[in-house]
Design a protein around this ligand. Structure first.
Ligand code: ZN
Length: 86
């Protein structure tokens, strides 16, 4: 059962037509993480030649690396280029 106070709290959390409730904490500084800083990094297989563009997501409070993934924009651009070459 949703109380009026909880409903008000949910309403405050609506931002740009999406519900934003952040409960995730940084494992190092334990601050709530409502956004991350992105750094561009290179990813490669050990001893390999192939390099990918990757992004690392950092805690905005202490710069702890929270995750690293292949850069989705670079993947999209590379895919579009590859399709264009066929
Ligand atoms: Zn942190």
């Amino acid at each position: 059962m949703m109380t009026d106070e909880l409903l008000e709290e949910y309403k405050k959390c609506w931002e740009k037509d999406r519900l934003v409730i952040n409960i995730g904490k940084c494992p190092k500084c334990e601050n709530l993480v409502s956004r991350v800083k992105i750094e561009l990094v290179d990813a490669s297989v050990a001893f390999g030649q192939t390099k990918w563009n990757a992004i690392s997501c950092l805690c905005p409070s202490c710069n702890m690396i929270l995750s690293i993934q292949i850069d989705p924009v670079a993947i999209m651009n590379d895919t579009l280029k590859a399709i264009g070459k066929r």
